[in-house]
Design a protein around this ligand. Structure first.
Ligand SMILES: *Cc1c(COP(=O)(O)O)cnc(C)c1O
Length: 367
């Protein structure tokens, strides 16, 4: 691996021999998918770690969200934000629902709850907020509006593996939450994901739907195939053992970024809410100046072999496949943010000297 190059992220992996040892049993049992022993173990361990009552594993985070939306039989319109990964918007649209975009807060980039109620119509069936970069939405305000109008709340918690708020696991908020275990996330099963919910009926339904809707000899739902296999589960079991130490390493690196960049003119760092135990999944920097600074910094880093990511950019509502359907001027804070945000490299094996090098390039570029 070329060590001079710094990518935006590098997946955590167990030792090679450790993985071989873990999957040995699969050669004996020949049970390699459909609720095998690794799947069952990972499910239990994740419920503990995430502090949730119910959890259904999925082949990836996107399908977890698509199926969660389907399981609640939603109709009509869903209030969400365009400052997210396209997956959120696609999952809504692919369920035949209409995304209605709400603007975000300028300080933490999550949904501006003060604007939700104005967007509710007689067709609204749910709110799908996104916890952005490990920052939690104002879930109390969302719950309050949802209860008042009889709406479901499904949180996209793909960025929030292991995040807790005053000791409560983030996956226990709303009617359901989804997590991503993609290679680029804080915890990975290569590809993978989960839906968490306190509603055991929903978890049971999801476990059935992800296996073609089959239960026993009957097919009760128009399901699909979105199962997590034993090899992915084995990867998860091992990666879960290192996730706390990974987060500690991330915290140290994020602290260094903070120390180097905090207070610099033209740069805004994310504010985290009190009581939140963060997972340091990302280190976003907002270039609070003219629109060209972010792109210049990104190019400058690239010239030095450092890959930062314009994330999230563009707004999902401005993606080519949605062109002409939405007006980004209706979500001005999201539009402003997407044009100025850059997430810097952050992963457990990143070195402090790389963080310093990255910061030096940024500092000289914004001067
Ligand atoms: C990663 C991600 C997803 C999709 O998860 P996959 O596991 O990659 O399918 C959905 N929403 C957000 C906000 C994400 O970051």
């Amino acid at each position: 691996m070329n060590r001079d190059k710094v990518n935006v992220t590098l997946p955590s992996m167990p030792e090679f021999d450790e993985y071989i040892e873990e999957i040995k049993e699969l050669w004996d049992s020949r049970w390699i998918t459909n609720n095998g022993i690794k799947h069952a173990r990972l499910e239990e361990e994740l419920k503990n770690y995430l502090m949730v009552n119910g959890l259904a594993l999925f082949s990836n985070g996107h399908l977890a969200l698509e199926y969660a939306i389907a399981a609640f039989d939603l109709k009509g319109e869903v209030i969400t934000t365009p400052f997210t990964f396209v997956s959120t918007t696609h999952a809504i649209t692919r369920n035949g629902l209409k995304p209605v975009f709400c603007d975000i807060n300028p300080d933490d980039f999550t949904i501006d709850t003060g604007r939700i109620e104005d967007l509710i119509t007689e067709n609204t069936s749910a709110i799908i907020p996104v916890h952005v970069y490990g920052n939690i939405c104002d879930i109390e305000a969302i719950d309050k509006v949802a209860k008042k109008h009889g709406l479901k709340v499904i949180c996209d918690a793909a960025h929030c593996f292991g995040v807790t708020v005053n000791g409560t696991g983030v996956g226990s908020f709303g009617d359901a939450s989804i997590f991503s275990f993609h290679a680029t996330k804080v915890f990975n099963t290569v590809e993978g994901g989960a839906v968490t919910s306190g509603d055991s009926g929903i978890i049971e339904k999801l476990n059935c739907m992800k296996n073609f809707g089959i239960t026993g000899e009957e097919t009760v739902y128009i399901g699909g195939n979105a199962k997590l296999n034993e090899f992915q589960a084995a990867m998860g079991i091992l990666n879960l053992r290192r996730v706390e130490s990974d987060i500690t390493k991330r915290e140290k690196l994020a602290g260094r970024y903070n120390k180097n960049l905090n207070g610099l003119k033209g740069i805004r760092l994310i504010n985290y809410k009190p009581g939140v135990k963060n997972n340091y999944a990302y280190f976003p920097v907002l270039f609070d100046t003219n629109e060209t600074t972010r792109d210049e910094v990104c190019d400058k880093l690239k010239e030095n072999g450092i890959i930062a990511r314009k994330y999230f950019y563009p707004l999902t509502s401005e993606s080519e496949c949605y062109r002409g359907m939405f007006d980004a001027d209706n979500t001005p804070v999201a539009k402003y943010t997407a044009a100025r945000i850059l997430t810097l490299p952050l992963y457990p094996d990143l070195e402090i000297k790389d963080v310093d090098r990255i910061c030096d390039i940024i500092i000289s570029a914004v001067k």
